[in-house]
Design a protein around this ligand. Structure first.
Ligand SMILES: [Zn+2]
Length: 113
């Protein structure tokens, strides 16, 4: 039996929806990250964290999504999926190893290192 662990959705803080400010007024839209449940798996939370670390690294190198995707030989769509936590875990392990990113270290320490 596989046990799946969950954690609070980091995008909506567990609310299950997000407030969007439009010219017509404030609208509440279902959170796409947790599919409006307010929770995501620990695995997905880890992948979101890894994707953000990769995005920070790309931005630090002053690379736009188009150029970065071209350099890596992947599509812009896949790069965006990757940076949003939507790729398989093994892809993050490989990329972080290649870029020298240690995900066990908090982001603040990584930036100072
Ligand atoms: Zn959510």
């Amino acid at each position: 039996m596989k046990i799946t662990a969950y954690t609070t959705c980091p995008e909506c803080a567990g609310a299950g929806h997000r407030r969007i400010i439009l010219p017509a007024g404030v609208q509440e839209l279902p959170c796409q990250t947790c599919r409006a449940t307010g929770d995501i798996t620990l695995d997905y939370a880890w992948r979101i964290k890894a994707g953000k670390a990769l995005r920070r690294q790309r931005e630090k190198a002053h690379l736009g999504v188009r150029q970065a995707a071209k350099d890596m030989g992947i599509t812009v769509r896949f790069l965006q999926r990757l940076e949003n936590g939507g790729a398989p875990k093994i892809v993050y392990h490989a990329m972080c190893k290649r870029l020298g990113i240690n995900l066990d270290q908090p982001a603040r320490q990584r930036e100072l290192a």
